[in-house]
Design a protein. Structure first.
Length: 224
């Protein structure tokens, strides 16, 4: 009697493919629109004096009262805020894919943190810097939640001793990137945009790596 391998439902494969694509697109959309916002800034945007959030509207930075160059305009606000909102929506789809990609509880918990963090990312675009503490909470929450997702998922992969697509290497990378993102967040009061860029670059790499991983796993399942 020959054993038959149960294939995942076709709808799940399609979801993983969609989620993988959304993961890859998330940082592309975010960084493209942020770069355009910096390019069209009417002032001299300074990475060491401005926060990226200044592009979406200048507000009082409650955790550090300093003067900084005025860099926002209606154009920069539209570009920057739409980048955050769209990236957050794409990242939500990506995180839903993560939830369906693995049944391990800690992996799925990480995916839930990813959904919440992605929602917070969009919220930081919906409630820009002039909204004060709401923007601050949304920004910090997005980093904390997505970094936690990276740590939990990395830990889950180590526990499972996965070999697929360099599972253990990806697990280690996931944990390292989560730690780098948290380290960058802790320096935001001092390094401002430099710290923000370090933080979000680390999370961007994490999202792309797992987006590619989901695409690979989904295509591999389809071919079996």
């Amino acid at each position: 009697m020959t054993s038959t391998k149960i294939k995942p439902p076709h709808s799940k494969k399609k979801l993983l493919m969609l989620a993988g694509v959304c993961g890859i697109l998330t940082p592309i959309v975010a960084w493209s629109l942020i770069s355009l916002a910096i390019f069209y800034s009417p002032g001299n945007f300074d990475l060491t004096q401005n926060w990226l959030a200044d592009l979406g509207g200048m507000g009082y930075a409650s955790f550090l009262n300093v003067s900084r160059p005025i860099v926002n305009s209606p154009t920069t606000e539209i570009l920057y805020l739409s980048g955050l909102i769209i990236a957050g929506i794409l990242a939500i789809v990506f995180s839903i894919g993560l939830f369906n990609d693995d049944g391990v509880p800690s992996y799925r918990l990480g995916a839930v943190f990813g959904v919440l963090g992605s929602g917070a990312l969009s919220a930081s675009g919906i409630f820009p810097e002039p909204m004060g503490i709401i923007n601050l909470v949304a920004t910090f929450a997005s980093v904390l939640l997505i970094s936690t997702a990276a740590l939990l998922i990395g830990g889950a992969l180590i526990d499972e001793s996965r070999k697929q697509l360099g599972g253990l290497s990806i697990a280690g990378l996931s944990i390292v990137l989560g730690i780098i993102a948290l380290a960058g967040l802790s320096l935001i009061s001092y390094l401002r945009s430099v710290a923000v860029i370090i933080t979000f670059l680390a999370l961007s790499i994490w999202i792309v790596v797992f987006g590619v991983r989901m695409l690979w796993r989904a295509s591999h399942q389809m071919s079996n």
